[in-house]
Design a protein around this ligand. Structure first.
Ligand code: KG4
Ligand code: ZN
Length: 331
């Protein structure tokens, strides 16, 4: 079964074709980073307009690269939330139109679930129950997963998402947007113990996160130590990355213990961070962690198509007129 996956929930336009929920025939992603970089963050109206221009080209390219005709698409899967409402509407309306035109079923996919599924689809032997962690620019959430496709939200951020904190800290350090990968690059070789930065803890909520305070910590350091030379910048970035990643690790390990989990699953853009991967790997003899492959951590259409395949199998297709975008869709 060939599924076309469409993703436009934020600032990346993406289309992919995945066969039987696993084999990626084509995955096209167009990043809008350059468009939003001058503003230091995503400008929703610009994002939607760019999706309108780019998405049809990506779908054409995905079909061409897969060597399939439109007739060979068995269903269309599209992100219907959570995300920026204008951005979501572009992908959703495109998918609805195509579904009518080619007379193939449409399924709606939850973007956060798809980030977790990017890890599931890439590993054969994940034991359940598991703890699922989504760390991206818009989300930092922890789930207890009794079995595949079962989610109980056990923790989330009270303020900034982890990727957002990386992006904001990068701006304070004079690095370019988006800052996650930049922080990782600059942190290499830095002294991670030089500065005592702290992340927030929420009273009586051991699995929740708070990353807004650590931004102030970085700001204070920058103001006190400016002008920053390369060593200072590198040491602040390393300290910031260490403290944030350690917090995420500790909460995952605690949740795994509390819920007797046998695995940890990680998806979302920050999952690309090599330091995060390494500190989880240090605990692999106690509990293995399965990250989504780096090319499926950032927003992409393949995770939407792959998860959509399971929705189709379970009879989850909807009449195109009935699927609405939900910017605050929960999991
Ligand atoms: O999953 P994603 O593409 O979009 C959302 O759904 O939000 O994640 C984007 C986020 C950005 O905040 C970006 O800075 C962060 O992922 N990111 C990283 C790295 N690469 C991307 N954060 C830390 N280290 C990285 N190497
Ligand atoms: Zn995402």
């Amino acid at each position: 079964m060939n599924i076309l996956g469409i993703e436009t929930s934020c600032d990346d336009s993406a289309a992919a074709i995945v066969r039987d929920g696993k084999v990626i025939l084509s995955s096209q992603v167009a990043s809008q980073t350059e468009l939003h970089a001058p503003f230091g963050g995503v400008v929703p109206e610009l994002a939607s307009r760019r999706h309108v221009e780019i998405l049809p080209l990506l779908v054409d390219k995905a079909i061409e690269e897969s060597h399939l005709s439109l007739d060979a698409i068995d269903a269309i899967a599209v992100t219907y939330g959570p995300g920026l409402i204008g951005s979501l509407l572009v992908g959703l309306n495109y998918a609805k139109g195509l579904s009518f035109h080619i007379k193939k079923p449409l399924v709606g996919v939850n973007h956060v679930e798809a980030h977790l599924y990017a890890a599931l689809m890439s590993h054969e032997t994940i034991a359940f129950p598991a703890i699922g962690l989504v760390v991206s620019g818009g989300h930092t959430s922890l789930y207890f997963m009794e079995a595949p496709f079962s989610y109980k939200l056990i923790g989330q951020t009270f303020d900034d998402a982890l990727g957002e904190a990386f992006d904001k800290a990068a701006i304070l350090l004079g690095l370019s947007y988006p800052g996650g990968a930049e922080i990782e690059r600059v942190a290499k070789g830095g002294d991670k113990h030089r500065f005592m930065l702290k992340v927030g803890q929420i009273k009586n909520r051991p699995f929740d996160f708070s990353f807004s305070g650590i931004k102030t910590g970085v700001l204070n350091l920058v103001q006190k130590l400016s002008p920053l030379d390369d060593t200072l910048r590198s040491d602040i970035a390393a300290s910031f990355q260490h403290v944030c990643c350690r917090d995420v690790l500790q909460k995952c390990l605690l949740a795994a213990k509390e819920y007797s989990a046998r695995s940890i699953i990680v998806g979302g853009g920050v999952g690309q961070n090599q330091y995060l991967r390494e500190i989880f790997a240090q605990h692999s003899s106690a509990i293995p962690t399965f990250f989504a492959p780096k090319n499926l951590c950032m927003d992409n259409g393949a995770m939407i198509a792959a998860l959509g395949y399971h929705h189709v199998l379970r009879g989850g297709s909807v009449h195109p007129c009935e699927l609405e975008a939900e910017s605050r869709l929960s999991l």
